[in-house]
Design a protein around this ligand. Structure first.
Ligand SMILES: *Cc1c(COP(=O)(O)O)cnc(C)c1O
Length: 395
C-alpha cells in the first residue's frame, strides 16, 4: 500500500511523517487522502454482501480517510492495529473496557491524567473492577502489588502535571510474567520521542488532540495495540460503536506531517525557558524530566529521544498565600493563555490542582504552575513570565 516500506522503515522521523499513511497513487495521485463521509457502503451483489468481501463495509468500521491515519500511527508506533476514538479520554476508557471485566483488579499510576482517575473511580468501579493506584517511581517493585486477578497495568510517563518518570521496561516485564496487559498514555512524548511498544508496552494511547493536531481545534484519540492485544481492542471498538470522524481524521493526518518540526521547536524553546526558570529566585523547583536536577532525569535520558513542550514549575509560596501568588502570576500573562489542553501552537498556563492524588501528593514549597510553551519567540515568552513574577512581587 505504501510507497516503499523498506525504504520508509530505515528513514528518519521527518521523512516518515511526510510519507506515512496513504499512498497518493491509490487515489489518482492526489497527495492527501480524500475525506470520505459515509454511513452506507454499497456492495456489487448479494454474494459480496454475504461474504463482506470488500475492504469497506460500513461507515463506522473504516473509510479511506480513517485508514490513512491508522496506518500512519501503526507505522509510527510499530503496532499491529490502531483505532480512532472521539477524544483522548475515550482513548483511555475504551481499552480499559476492552481488557477489564467485573472482578478484575487494575493498577493505575498515581500521577495519571485526572479524568482517567475519574473514569476509574466512578464507572469502572461501578462495573465491578477494583482499582488501585501505585507510585510512578515503583519500577520492578510493581510485582508486589500484582494479585491473581490483576489484569491491567496503566502507565503514563512523564506523569500529568508533575512529570514523574516511570521505568516502563521494568514495569512491563513484571506485568508480563503474570500475563497482564500494559497500557501507556504516550501523549506527552508522541511516538517521535518514545515508542512504548519497543519497551514492552502492549497498548499505546494518544490524545491526538495535542501535538498530532497541533492547532487547538480538534479533539480525537488513538489507541495502538501489538498483535497479541489488537483483536480485543478492535472488537471493543466495534461492540461499543465508537468511530473517528472523517474530517477530524483528515486534520490529524495533516497535523502529523509537520509534527516533527513543531516538536523540535517546542522542545528547544521549552528547554531554554525551563533552564532560565531554574535560575530565578521566585522558583523553588522546575519539574521537567529533561533537566538533570529532576529526579526521573536518568530514565528520561536512557529511554526517551526528546522532550515536548509542557512542564511545570513551583512558584515559591506558603500555604496561606499560594493561591494569591498563583493568581497574580497567571493574571499578569499576555501571550500565555489560561486554558486546558496543550500541544497547539500557542502558549498556555494554569495552576495545577493535585487534590485527587493519593500517593504523589502536592508539593508544599509553592504553587505548581504548568506551562505549555508554544511556537512564539522565547524572548517574548520570557518577558511575559517576568511580568507574572513582577505581579507576584507587587502583592
Ligand atoms: C489531554 C490528555 C488526554 C485527553 O485528551 P482529550 O482529547 O482532551 O480528551 C489524555 N491523556 C493526557 C496525558 C492528556 O494530556
Amino acid at each position: 500500500m505504501k510507497k516503499n516500506d523498506t525504504l520508509l522503515d530505515s528513514a528518519g522521523p521527518n521523512t516518515r511523517l511526510a510519507h506515512v499513511g496513504n499512498d497518493p497513487h491509490a487515489y489518482h495521485g492526489f497527495v492527501n487522502p480524500p475525506v470520505v463521509h459515509a454511513s452506507t457502503v454499497l456492495f456489487p451483489n448479494a454474494e459480496a454482501m454475504e461474504k463482506r468481501s470488500q475492504p469497506y463495509t460500513y461507515g463506522t468500521r473504516a473509510t479511506p480517510t480513517t485508514d490513512a491515519l491508522c496506518a500512519a500511527f501503526d507505522d509510527l508506533e510499530g503496532s499491529a492495529g490502531t483505532i480512532l476514538v472521539p477524544s483522548g479520554l475515550a482513548a483511555i476508557s475504551v481499552p480499559f473496557l476492552a481488557y477489564l471485566s467485573a472482578g478484575d483488579h487494575a493498577l493505575i499510576v498515581d500521577s495519571v491524567y485526572t479524568p482517567c482517575r475519574n473514569f476509574c473511580n466512578t464507572m469502572l468501579t461501578r462495573l465491578g473492577v477494583e482499582v488501585e493506584y501505585y507510585d510512578p517511581e515503583i519500577g520492578a517493585g510493581i510485582e508486589a502489588l500484582i494479585r491473581p486477578n490483576t489484569k491491567l497495568v496503566h502507565t503514563e510517563a512523564p506523569g500529568s502535571n508533575t512529570f514523574e518518570m516511570q521505568d516502563i521496561r521494568a514495569i512491563a516485564d513484571a506485568a508480563h510474567k503474570h500475563d497482564i496487559v500494559v497500557t501507556m498514555d504516550n501523549t506527552w512524548a508522541t511516538p517521535l520521542y518514545f515508542r512504548p511498544l519497543d519497551f514492552g508496552v502492549d497498548v499505546s494511547i494518544h490524545a491526538t488532540t495535542k501535538y498530532p493536531s497541533g492547532h487547538s481545534d480538534i479533539v480525537m484519540g488513538s489507541v495502538s495495540a501489538n498483535a497479541k492485544h489488537w483483536p480485543k481492542l478492535e472488537e471493543a471498538r466495534i461492540t461499543l460503536g465508537i468511530c473517528g470522524a472523517p474530517d477530524d481524521a483528515y486534520q490529524i493526518l495533516r497535523g502529523l506531517r509537520t509534527m516533527g518540526i513543531r516538536l523540535d521547536h517546542h522542545q528547544k524553546s521549552t528547554f531554554e525557558i525551563a533552564r532560565w526558570l531554574e535560575t530565578r529566585d521566585e522558583v523553588s523547583r522546575v519539574l521537567h524530566p529533561g533537566l538533570p536536577s529532576f529526579p526521573g532525569h536518568e530514565i528520561w535520558k536512557r529511554d526517551f529521544k526528546g522532550a515536548s513542550g509542557i512542564f511545570s514549575f513551583i512558584l515559591k509560596a506558603d500555604a496561606e498565600n499560594m493561591k494569591a501568588r498563583a493568581h497574580a502570576f497567571l493574571d499578569a500573562l499576555t501571550f500565555f493563555g489560561l486554558g486546558y489542553s496543550w500541544g497547539g501552537y500557542e502558549s498556555l498556563a494554569l495552576q495545577v490542582n493535585l487534590s485527587d492524588r493519593t500517593i504523589c501528593k502536592a508539593p508544599t514549597d509553592g504553587a505548581v504552575i504548568r506551562l505549555q510553551i508554544g511556537l512564539e519567540d522565547v524572548a517574548d515568552l520570557k518577558k511575559d513570565i517576568e511580568a507574572g513574577f513582577a505581579a507576584v512581587a507587587a502583592l
